[in-house]
Ligand binder design. Sequence first.
Ligand code: MLT
Length: 262
Amino acid sequence: MDVSDNALSHLDVGRGLPVVLLHAFPFNRSMWEPQVAALFGECRCIVPDLRGFGDSPRGGPYTMDRYADDVGALLDALQIEQAVVAGLSMGGYVALALWRRHRQRVRALVLSDTRASADTAEGARKRLDLIEVARAQGVDAVIALQLPGLIGKSTREKHPDLVEPIRSIMARSTVEGIVGGLEAMRTRPDSTPLLASIDVPTLVVVGDEDAITPVKDARVMHEAIRNSRLEVIPEAGHLSNLERPAAFNTALSDFVGSLLYN
Ligand code: MLT
């Protein structure tokens, strides 16, 4: 199917219930490859590059709402009325923005290694510091600062082979995409008050070694979202889908499977 020139670059594979997978910062759609491989036999996977990342159009202003509107426009272009929306980390912030702005499009939510709250004042200041690093020193300098915190201790010790593939996905980022993502995260609103309004099936996933959006943040969402499920993935850090793909895929497939029969 043709989609407009302005639409997000995306992968669209499989048939049936549409599932949109929204990537983390600073990544692109290829971080969802293990999940697409597991899911595309049972549902339709729509996997966009967010604005400024991968092959998607660039151009600000970059805000969480704009990322969400871009995803809404992609669903329009694909003539998809409703989809399961799954986001990891920054992708989770976008998923919550989609709920805020386009909730009629959301069939169910998966909020993985993410949080509902806005940046603290200190967190927002660190984003500005990282923007300076990106502008002055480039993408590799940002990766060098970000990567150690993204990956859990168990993965670093037991699966060091995973680090390089993760780095190489991040290395496809551009300074513009990175600066845009940091601006969007820095200025995102607090979505905590929104959680009580979520009345679609929701799965909250978190790696038990996630140092960026720890288990306590996942519990806040789980406790505030009625009838949500919480899945804590053992021996996984912030990138639980890449660090423990089998466990992550089981949780995701079970959840999506439960929607198919309801
Ligand atoms: C991400 O993984 O998307 C970011 O690290 C999230 C964040 O920095 O808040």
